[in-house]
Design a protein around this ligand. Structure first.
Ligand SMILES: Nc1ncnc2c1ncn2[C@@H]1O[C@H](COP(=O)(O)OP(=O)(O)OP(=O)(O)O)[C@@H](O)[C@H]1O
Length: 261
């Protein structure tokens, strides 16, 4: 049995709905400190919805999200905002402000949530951009850089306030395999070098196999998680047809009672 010290976020019997439509229910898992946890499943099963509930954008209709034992959604708005300061979020597109330079984008959270002087902020921005290999792009606008660079700039902004918990929504979607592998290396450095705890929504199997320690597989049909474990373990040992199909990029879900030969 896992000790509390190891668990950073504990999700208990979560139910997520839009109006009367239940998207997922009976969602329970523990996010261990210093681990990379994957939310997997086919399109429309509720991965982004789960992520939204974790970062404060969607109130669950039942269940709890305990952050260091504190019931996140039972807190006041201001307490939730405090907890959110521990979070860094990287959205699919990188979600940079197009009217601001890369440097200004990364500086934004530092300007909003700290009282640091402009010189210090500039140095921190250079440091964060250096971490993602983007120092040279500090004065460029998002429209002047590639999709992979936008993702890395988004990552620099997500870590600007030195969060200990990071949420990534499809970080490698739309990237070529080499850029995607570089992003994986950065994510591993965040875990191994800085001790961050990371939750990631991804369809990219090579990336999931390379970085995720643990995970959950959400099913769109039953609206529940149908498997738990690392992507590698699910690939190697899980016999559930939907999971097997996803993990092997199979176009059709094998029938459970199909005989071979
Ligand atoms: N604001 C909303 N109002 C109503 N239904 C919504 C809303 N947002 C999402 N949904 C529905 O919730 C379900 C889950 O959507 P979600 O985006 O979480 O899936 P996903 O697993 O992240 O999908 P994908 O892999 O395609 O990004 C879908 O059926 C979607 O249509």
């Amino acid at each position: 049995m896992m000790s509390d010290a190891e668990t950073l976020i504990s999700v208990r019997d979560l139910q997520l709905s839009f109006g009367p439509k239940v998207i997922q229910q009976n969602v329970s898992f523990d996010l261990k400190r210093g681990s990379i946890f994957a939310i997997m499943g086919g399109s429309g099963c509720g991965k982004s919805t789960l992520l939204k509930s974790m970062i404060g954008l969607l109130r669950p209709t039942a269940g709890q999200i305990l952050v260091d034992g504190e019931d996140y959604w039972a807190q006041s708005d201001s307490r939730r905002t405090d907890i959110n300061h521990r979070y860094g979020v990287l959205f699919q597109s990188g979600a940079l402000w197009s009217s601001m330079t890369v440097g200004e984008n990364v500086a934004l959270p530092l300007e909003m949530f700290t009282t640091l002087k402009p010189d210090t902020i500039r140095r921190l921005v250079e440091l964060k951009l250096g971490f993602v290999g983007m120092e040279q792009a500090i004065d460029l606008f998002p429209s002047e850089i590639s999709g992979g660079m936008r993702k890395r700039a988004g990552l620099a902004r997500a870590i600007a306030l030195e969060p200990d918990i990071l949420f990534f929504d499809e970080p490698s979607a739309g990237l070529d395999p080499i850029t995607s592998a570089r992003l994986d290396d950065l994510i591993l450095t965040l875990r191994d070098g800085l001790g961050a705890t990371i939750m990631i929504v991804s369809h990219e199997l090579p990336s999931l196999f390379a970085i995720a320690d643990d995970g959950i597989f959400l099913d769109a049909k039953t609206h529940t998680p149908i498997a738990h474990g690392s992507p590698r373990a699910l690939h190697d040992t899980c016999k559930i047809p939907e999971v097997t199909a996803f993990m092997n990029r199979s176009a059709s879900i094998p029938s459970a009672d199909k005989t071979e030969g």
